[in-house]
Design a protein around this ligand. Structure first.
Ligand SMILES: Cc1cc2nc3c(=O)[nH]c(=O)nc-3n(C[C@H](O)[C@H](O)[C@H](O)COP(=O)(O)O)c2cc1C
Length: 383
């Protein structure tokens, strides 16, 4: 189906260039600490439609000290290309050394985190502390780009709080210091994840640095929200975080909407969901070993079945998963148990089970009001 003219569809360019790095799609996977690990990035790439994936944030000092956990965070694979690594740190010299080390390892670009609100990060002058130290942030970028041939990008929020919206000014300074692109999450540090993304705030950044690609980020979960982001902000690309872990098909769907004129790309069916879920688990166990891979997968299994009708019996079992063999047993069980909710064709849900369920609400930081996209519980819940 082609897109209706009256919706004034806004087109992004099909490819995007970040400081010399040519990317095949203007859609990006946002860093999500604890989620954007190698298996998830490989899965997203296998499904297709993504331009660039970024790792979880990594401590620059840990990287240059060859800390095992930091090295695991940047673990990659021939199919995990092009890859951006996000680093944070308060010491420009350490950040520069980390960026050079990543360049030597073949990373496509380095991203500096300027949005992380956790006290441990802000306390060393890194993360969102840089939002209120534009000069320090620019000096950091100037030091990191020295002698670096791969692009350096920065991921910022709109500012520290409503009274301190620094993003447009910060973006100009980062550009002058040598940043190749700016990713902007349209919320302040104080906002956490509450409220809705401020698209006008992102637009102000786009207007401040017209010569740089600005990548809009926040609350994009489907074609409609991606269109809104493109139309209101004028951004060059769109970065997606939570929307990708609840729907890893999103990048492919966005390509269909933006470039193939498909108004509403089809939702993956039962078989496709099971296929991708199985592949995800396989990649997890390849990367983390069978036991650890299964344990880590426990929180991901429920995402895949949310739109498949009742799933409580499946969720009870998948959240105790011990092995890949058990996964196959759970699928056999789930297939049989689910029949009671299906029409005679064995495919369609009976009408009363057909509502589109949102992913389960998980704890939101106490001081933030509820957001419409769930935020996973964890130490980084205040991004
Ligand atoms: C669990 C979680 C972990 C995150 N980790 C990071 C991170 O490591 N680095 C970063 O820059 N942003 C991080 N973020 C912020 C996201 O990259 C993104 O900016 C934010 O979630 C808004 O985009 P979304 O609405 O598409 O999720 C994290 C967000 C969540 C929910």
């Amino acid at each position: 189906m082609s897109y209706p003219q009256h919706l004034s569809f806004v087109q992004l360019k099909r490819t995007i260039n970040l400081g010399g790095l040519n990317l095949p799609s203007p859609f990006f996977l946002s860093p999500l600490a604890g989620y954007t690990n190698l298996p998830f990035r490989r899965l997203i790439r296998e499904i297709g439609g993504v331009g660039l994936c970024t790792t979880d944030l990594v401590n620059a000092r840990s990287l240059i000290e060859n800390n095992k956990k930091a090295l695991k965070l940047i673990e990659t694979h021939a199919t995990d290309q092009p890859l951006a690594v996000q680093i944070f740190g308060g010491k420009p010299e350490e950040m520069r050394r980390a960026a050079h080390m990543l360049q030597e390892r073949g990373v496509a670009s380095v991203d500096i985190n300027m949005g992380c609100p956790v006290p441990k990060v802000c306390g060393v002058g890194a993360g969102s502390a840089l939002l209120r130290d534009c000069e320090g942030a620019a000096a950091l970028v100037a030091e990191v780009v020295r002698g670096l041939s791969i692009p350096l990008t920065c991921k910022i929020r709109l500012g520290w709080d409503e009274g301190n919206i620094t993003a447009p000014d910060l973006a100009k300074r980062l550009r002058d210091a040598g940043a190749a692109a700016i990713f902007v999450h349209g919320r302040t540090r104080e906002q956490g994840f509450s409220g809705r993304v401020n698209l006008a705030g992102i637009r102000a950044v786009v207007e401040a640095v017209p010569e740089l690609p600005v990548i809009g980020n926040g609350d994009v979960v489907d074609c409609e929200s991606a269109q809104r982001m493109a139309r209101v902000t004028g951004c060059a690309g769109i970065s997606i975080g939570r929307g990708a872990f609840y729907n890893p098909w999103i990048f492919r769907q966005l390509n269909s909407c933006f470039f193939d004129g498909v108004e509403s790309p089809p939702e993956p069916d039962f078989e496709e969901r099971v296929r991708i879920m199985r592949r995800h688990l396989e990649l997890m166990t390849e990367c983390f070993g069978e036991r650890d891979g299964c344990i880590r997968f426990r929180k991901m299994g429920p995402w895949y079945v949310k739109k498949l009708g009742p799933a409580n019996a499946f969720n009870r079992r998948i959240t105790q998963l011990q092995s890949r063999e058990e996964f196959e047993e759970i699928i056999v069980f789930y297939r049989a148990w689910r029949r009671q909710f299906l029409e005679e064709d064995g495919v369609t849900l009976k009408p009363r089970y057909r509502h589109d369920e949102e992913p389960e609400e998980v704890a939101v930081p106490a001081s933030a009001s509820r957001t419409h996209i769930p935020v996973p519980v964890g130490p980084v819940e205040w991004w």
